[in-house]
Design a binder for this molecule. Structure first.
Ligand SMILES: NC(=O)c1ccc[n+]([C@@H]2O[C@H](COP(=O)([O-])OP(=O)(O)OC[C@H]3O[C@@H](n4cnc5c(N)ncnc54)[C@H](OP(=O)(O)O)[C@@H]3O)[C@@H](O)[C@H]2O)c1
Length: 324
């Protein structure tokens, strides 16, 4: 939540360096990234999300690396408006309370020291429950030692979040945020007893990743999918037909506000108290996300979209590492 009590908007950098899903091409994509970030932050987007596992093949670590260099060249006043959050992956070989030490130092280095929040990327509760607690304790040590300011988690359901919150509370370290998939095509967090309620109870910020359903929600009714990688094309093929009524309602709301469907998708998250993290790599996308800050959904429109979202049978695939 922002100081005004209204949820802000952040953005994500998963596509920066990812050829497999996002068709990343350094010569084509890199030149626009610095301006994208600058437009986003000047316009009021207040958090940027990355991860040590972002970037595929020879571009491993590229998202943090690019972000670090761009931030290093920004003026300090602009940087001060932004929370930089990375996620460390609990790979099977990262074990014990010191299991993240080297990964944390490597992220710090790639980010040129511009890092405020470290997040546990996913829950190991379903396949290695013993791994999670010590790793999180190690991240909390970093906060206590003053090496990073804030701690967050990701891909946790309500039950697991309560357990980890209690563990952190017992040693006096705050959990600032939890980020999960949340969109009009992944509305689980707003269901009764969903994560939205848990976050409100515990005072933890809810961050909504993939708020545009990887772009599906931005396709106008009757529209065709964009040119994209084979992996993403499969998602569009599966989700576009069933989401036609939802996207029709979004287009009507968008027209009423002279806004885009993407803005409707972002403001639906905000209307539920969640900070959306759209994936941005173009200046036009940053401008569009910024415009969403200037208006909000009416209760009536939100309820209409809620009903369509919750009734939808075809949804985004759940993250396999998401815990209950
Ligand atoms: N914690 C986790 O496990 C996890 C998992 C997934 C994502 N995330 C975070 O969440 C961030 C966002 O999620 P995401 O990248 O999966 O998906 P997303 O935000 O749902 O979708 C990004 C896609 O939307 C398109 N787009 C962005 N702004 C647009 C606009 N204004 N109008 C039309 N299209 C627009 C982009 O198009 P183009 O293809 O044209 O660029 C991109 O394809 C990631 O970058 C990452 O930081 C976290």
């Amino acid at each position: 939540m922002g100081e005004s009590g209204v949820t802000g908007i952040g953005f994500g950098t998963w596509s920066w360096g990812n050829q497999l899903l996002w068709g990343y091409e350094p010569d084509r994509d890199d030149p626009a990234l610095a301006e994208t970030l600058e437009v986003a932050v000047r316009g009021g987007l207040s958090l940027v999300d990355t991860a040590d596992s972002y970037g595929t093949g020879r571009f491993n670590g590229r998202s943090e690396w690019l972000l670090g260099r761009i931030l290093d060249r920004c003026d300090g006043a602009l940087r001060a408006q932004l929370t930089v959050a990375t996620k460390l992956a609990p790979f099977p070989w990262r074990l014990g309370r010191r299991g993240f030490d080297r990964a944390f130092s490597a992220s710090q280095e790639r980010l040129c020291g511009h890092l405020q929040r470290v997040q546990l990327h996913w829950s190991t509760a379903r396949y290695a429950p013993w791994q999670e607690g010590p790793l999180l304790d190690g991240l909390a040590d970093l906060v206590e030692e003053g090496r990073v300011a804030e701690l967050g988690v990701s891909n946790l359901g309500p039950r697991r979040l309560r357990a980890l919150h209690a563990r952190m509370q017992a040693r006096g370290v705050a959990l600032r945020s939890v980020q999960v998939q949340m969109s009009l095509l992944a509305p689980e967090p707003i269901q009764a007893d969903g994560l939205k309620t848990t976050c409100a109870d515990l005072g933890i910020d809810l961050l909504a990743y993939s708020p545009l359903a990887l772009g599906v929600l931005t396709v106008p009714p009757g529209g065709s999918p964009p040119q994209c990688t084979r992996l993403r094309a499969g998602l569009f093929r599966r989700l576009l037909p069933a989401s036609e009524p939802l996207r029709t309602a979004m287009a009507q709301i968008a027209a009423h506000h002279q806004a885009s469907q993407a803005q409707v998708a972002l403001n639906w998250c905000r209307a539920h108290g969640a900070m959306p993290l759209p994936g941005l790599r173009r200046v036009t996308q940053a401008r569009d996300a910024v415009k969403a800050l200037s208006w909000s959904l009416s209760d009536q429109d939100r309820e209409h979209l809620d009903a369509l979202a919750l009734a939808g049978q075809e949804r985004m695939p759940a993250n396999p590492f998401m815990s209950a």
